[in-house]
Design a protein around this ligand. Sequence first.
Ligand code: PLP
Ligand code: COI
Length: 365
Amino acid sequence: MSSGTSTTFAFEPNGLPVDGEERARRLVGPVFGRVFTDHMAVIRYSEAKGWHDAKVTARAPVTMDPAASVLHYAQEIFEGMKAYSRPDGGAALFRPDANARRFNASARRMAMPELPEALFRESVHALVRADAAWIPQDEDGALYLRPFMFASEVFLGVKPSAEYLYMVIASSVGAYFKGGAPAVSLWVTREYTRAAPGGTGAAKCGGNYATSLVAQAEATRNGCDQVVFLDAVERRWVEELGGMNIFFVFDDGSMVTPPLTGTILPGITRDSILTLARDQGISVREEPYSIEQWRADAESGRLTEAFACGTAAVVTAIGSVASAEGRFTIGGQSAGPLTQRIRAMLVEIQRGQAPDPYGWIERVI
Ligand code: PLP
Ligand code: COI
């Protein structure tokens, strides 16, 4: 376990914070991404000055020139991570170093400047310290942190911006799926793909989510919770969901997850599950798995469970899969034993209810 420090961030406390009673009211059953805290972290970048003016300040709207290049050419990246309250009353982050590295990998792909990892971590620490009172204390509660960076140069030429704004905002969240759904339903889109080889699938850029929305709408129209994407070349290999990675569980106790070939997001939850499962002696293969095989295995009973995973969704069972070709169900359409076991192992480490043998936890307070 390591602890972070913050020395470089000026702190301008919000003079009009939400009062305690109102905050307590907002922390009851928050809808994901609707409840925000009192502060935000900001760092500016310009080619001339590099990273400068780091501060934590009152959360407020951003004023932008209509020619700010992000509004036209979408140079924008983000991260998603959570701060959890600890049994001793403190707060901790889960693998913030991994988020910092992925943020910079996304920055390189989008021709944006990298943010020194120490600054990324300090920005998150400083914001969590300022807004720790906003961490919900209930079982699924956490403070969801959203670091992001966008091109702010006022210029319509198509080139990497010379100026950027990096910010972190925080949102008090509970379970991502309403009512902590026992299992979610997926829609396999045949019409749309998320990422092609050489594209931006492995980067966490806003554009990937923009293009997923029409497919997600198709899923919703068909009565499903989430869309699942197939590969863009052969249109048969399962890649990932709109905002989560995917695992398949078989009757011999082994698991499969799609490999990181550049078209899916390298999830930190995915990586953590690979480590946890392998250390438990569970065989996990990172190999392509086709939609036809998925259906055949679910129907024969060879596939017993499937689950989605990500920071927001944690580990969520997949109950059914629908597409233009029909629908099939998985196991008992609720979280099976291995899904439950993996989820418990992960959550207990994240929340400080189990030892942290991998050094994944970083104390903030
Ligand atoms: N895949 C996509 C497209 C995502 O948006 C996310 C969420 O961040 C994930 C996978 C899971 O990544 P992580 O476990 O790092 O949150
Ligand atoms: C996350 O899990 O952090 C995500 O980014 C998923 C979604 C909310 C975009």
